[in-house]
Design a protein around this ligand. Structure first.
Ligand code: PMP
Length: 408
């Protein structure tokens, strides 16, 4: 890990004063901050190499194509995938929509089969399945959590011979609970060998090293902006054998083989799923973000996240005016959701920003079914990343005490 000073150099926004206080950024589950290195790579491309990719043959076009494809290569290596299995999208949301729609129209999941999701999912891993279920008459099974806690043994009881797809988050974006994906894969494949396992990696990939091959998952979706990269760029990883069988989600330039009045044939992977001009600078920024994370080391990042989460939990549990949601133990990483008793979360978030310069999120976190299970309409959420330190937690705790004193 870098020192606080080194992080301040790399992330200039950390030097900003918010209402006279040093910025304490604890909203990383919404989006992470951006290091200079990432933005410099984006600027360098934009100012000196920009052209469309895979089209023209001039120097700039060749350079842009080279940079775009080497970004893909780096990201593929990061998750141990083959390059043709890595599709650039706008983000996790687009990746999961692409999957749901394409698996349904390709009849890889059929009307008498089931898709299993959970009630902790972000809307982007919930609504696409719910909607294709309605359109294509596929049964969607919802695994309910208990008081916002995922229990593996209970979950496994929901998998049966009719379950064709499991789509589940790797880390809850509400409680930070880390889901034992490896155990789910192992058990699920024993029940049904050809089960399709999809992991929403939006919160997982930035915090835990993922190797898609050893994990043996079929699809993984994630977003650049939650892992130090730009917005508007994301990834869908898919096993080649499925991607080849799947119909494209978007039609247009670059994804075709031959077009005639009668019909169209589609090109090879991964371009079949990348219609239109892609987000080239986004891909370059994401590859640079991957470099940055790898320099720090994904295992160091996971350890840092865990230590910070445990430190914060320990301190927050001592504040008896807080209600904390989720497992509240070492199965939870990088996120803590809570409420200050009797006070609206928006008021808490607003005051923390005003009196302490602490940036947190309040709301339903795009997970309304999870809010229903917790019996609340919204929560406060703090979320950590590499540049956060124990001192940030101390400032949060002092801020919360003040909020309680003022509003109780
Ligand atoms: N799933 C999870 C678990 C998330 O945390 C998020 C982002 N908050 C998403 C999906 C959606 O990601 P995006 O908005 O980048 O598409």
């Amino acid at each position: 890990m870098l020192s606080s000073n080194e992080y301040e150099e790399e992330f200039p926004v950390l030097k900003r004063k918010i209402n006279g206080h040093r910025l304490v950024y604890l909203d990383n589950a919404a989006t992470s901050l951006r290091p200079k290195q990432v933005m410099e790579a984006v600027t360098e491309y934009s100012l000196n190499h920009h052209a469309n990719v895979h089209r023209s043959t001039h120097t700039l076009a060749s350079e842009a194509t080279e940079m775009f494809e080497s970004s893909r290569q780096k990201i593929a290596k990061f998750i141990n995938a083959q390059e043709e299995e890595v599709i650039f999208t706008k983000g996790t949301t687009e990746s999961l929509n692409l999957l749901a729609y394409s698996l349904a129209i390709s009849k890889i999941v059929k009307p008498n089969e089931e898709i299993l999701i959970t009630t902790m999912e972000h809307h982007s891993n919930f609504v696409p399945w719910q909607q294709i279920g309605k359109i294509f008459n596929i049964k969607i099974k919802y695994f309910p959590l208990r008081k916002g806690i995922f229990e593996l043994d209970e979950y496994l009881k929901y998998i049966n011979l009719k379950t064709k797809i499991i789509s589940i988050t790797g880390i809850s974006n509400v409680t930070g609970q880390v889901i034992p994906i490896n155990m789910i894969v192992e058990k699920a494949r024993k029940i049904r060998k050809d089960i399709i396992i999809i992991v929403d990696g939006a919160q997982y990939v930035p915090h835990i090293s993922v190797n898609v091959k050893s994990l043996d998952i079929d699809f993984l979706a994630f977003s650049g902006h939650k892992m130090l990269g730009p917005t508007g760029i994301g990834i869908l990883y898919g096993k080649k054998e499925y991607l080849e069988r799947m119909s494209p989600f978007l039609y247009g330039g670059e994804m075709i083989d031959k077009v005639s009045m009668e019909d169209t044939t589609f090109t090879i992977l991964p371009y079949k799923f990348e219609a239109g001009t892609p987000n080239v600078e986004g891909s370059i920024g994401l590859a640079k973000a991957v470099d940055f994370l790898q320099q720090i080391g994904m295992n160091n990042i996971a350890q840092h996240d865990n230590e910070l989460t445990q430190y914060a939990l320990e301190k927050m549990k001592k504040l008896d005016f807080l209600e904390i949601y989720g497992p509240k133990n070492n199965l939870q990483s990088s996120i803590i959701s809570f409420n200050v008793k009797g006070i609206h979360p928006h008021d808490v978030a607003h005051l923390l920003n005003e009196i302490a310069g602490v940036a947190i999120r309040s709301g339903h976190h795009c997970a309304q079914p999870m809010m229903t299970e917790l019996g609340v309409r919204s929560t406060c959420r703090v979320s950590f990343y590499i540049y956060n330190q124990n001192e940030d937690i101390d400032i949060l705790i002092e801020g919360l005490k003040k909020v309680w004193e003022w509003l109780k």
